[in-house]
Design a protein around this ligand. Sequence first.
Ligand SMILES: Nc1ncnc2c1ncn2[C@@H]1O[C@H](COP(=O)(O)OP(=O)(O)OP(=O)(O)O)[C@@H](O)[C@H]1O
Ligand SMILES: [Mg+2]
Length: 505
Amino acid sequence: MGQQIDPLTSVESDIRAVLVDAPPLSVRDGGVIRSGYSAEIDELRQVAGSGKEWLTFIEQRERDRTGIRSLKVGFTRVFGYYIEVSRAQLDNVPADYIRKQTLANGERFITPELKKYEETIIGAEEKLKQLEYQAFVELRGRIVQVLTTLQKTAHQVAELDVWLSMAHIAVERGYVRPEVHEGTTLLIEGGRHPVVEASVGPGVFVPNDTRFDEKQSLLLITGPNMAGKSTYMRQVALIVLMAQIGSFVPANRAIIGLADRIFTRVGASDDLASGQSTFMVEMTEVAHILHHATERSLLILDEVGRGTSTYDGMAIAWSVAEAVHRMGARALFATHYHELVQLESTLERAACYNVAIRESDDTIVFLHQIRPGGVDKSYGIQVARLAGLPSSVIRRAHEILSTLEQGKKSTASTIGDAPSAEIALTEPVVSPMMLMESAVGGEVDQLALFYPNGEPVKKSGKTAVSERLVNQLTRLDINRMTPLEALTWIAKAQKKIKQGDGSWD
Ligand SMILES: Nc1ncnc2c1ncn2[C@@H]1O[C@H](COP(=O)(O)OP(=O)(O)OP(=O)(O)O)[C@@H](O)[C@H]1O
Ligand SMILES: [Mg+2]
């Protein structure tokens, strides 16, 4: 490449000869042309720049001539050059001084000599600017002659810069040369995230392996918050991208089956101005991916279905995972819906991985290690505590969580002293399997979240209300009810609940 580049040495020396080292922003106000380039410019600059010395000379001469020791020669933009004499000395002013301006404690005069000098100086300045600009325009004209070569050189230098930067980074950060091939197998050993690695410092980042082959195309990644799921998935995408643009990659070894495109669905964002809510943006992106990805694509799906209710979100995540699997694209799919782990047994090319942590006492240690298998815990509350949520909030969250988890086992249960009659579930209490069963006539395992008078139900007395209600509800044959009958039943149920009536039937 270096041999092909035309370094345009004549242009370089032309520029060096004509322009000063650090030219001003404006090319019309002078100070652009290097001295020694044009005799005319140098001469004018001499004249234009000699003002100060000349003023001192005239000032001294006039003081001597008039005997006025406080006499001053100065310049203003408006009046030009002047001689200033204080009020006390006005009697000594010679006849050839012409009065120009009266001040509070003196007068300003001009002389024909000053006037003439002024014209020379100002003329010289104007002429100088003109000549400098002209020299600049001529230089520009000469460069334009070789424009095509210049642009080609610029392009080549830019390209060289890219390769050089990649090579530099590769050596400095221990990257390897990827083996790129036409198949779809994707194998990364000891892969690292180039940016996170650089920011956590050398030796701190935990490398991880990745495998996509004919046996596994959909990797379901579970693991606690902060474990490193997003980092891992993005590192795979980045390694593929780097390999395909011709860079070495942050790994010990990488075999990269070419991807036609890399699609990502990551993070929460919205576009309120153009009428898109957070969830709408998420779904629009997922839709785009499902419509455009091919079996050669690489998909990064980070927690699809997060921004809506638990069941809706999980159902969408589940169904998207199935669609991606049908498509056959290589996909990394991170999720906190642990139920999705079941997909490993139903989808042929789905495989579960999780990010390891170590639990010690009440804290967790993030190991950032990817290993086979799924997990069923998020440690969200622990991470929330690490993030600084008030301890009262954390304590309460633990309470609610344990009640909810009990609820998974017993059909009807109540929540401690819940202040409100409703709790938004952050964790799913039914699995999609159950949801699907319910869709075809099975029963849904549901928590009872009803309280008489908005008060918690006491274990002894009124627990019966919610239990019976649930029993009743489960036994209702909705298919044989009219909407009116259903409505009437709901109204009745509501009334009973409000009254805290234990005699439910
Ligand atoms: N392999 C790694 N080695 C060292 N540090 C890592 C590694 N992976 C992730 N981290 C650190 O852990 C932080 C959290 O990682 P990441 O955002 O990937 O977690 P996550 O599992 O996606 O969490 P969440 O479920 O909350 O989205 C990162 O900002 C990074 O600093
Ligand atoms: Mg994440």
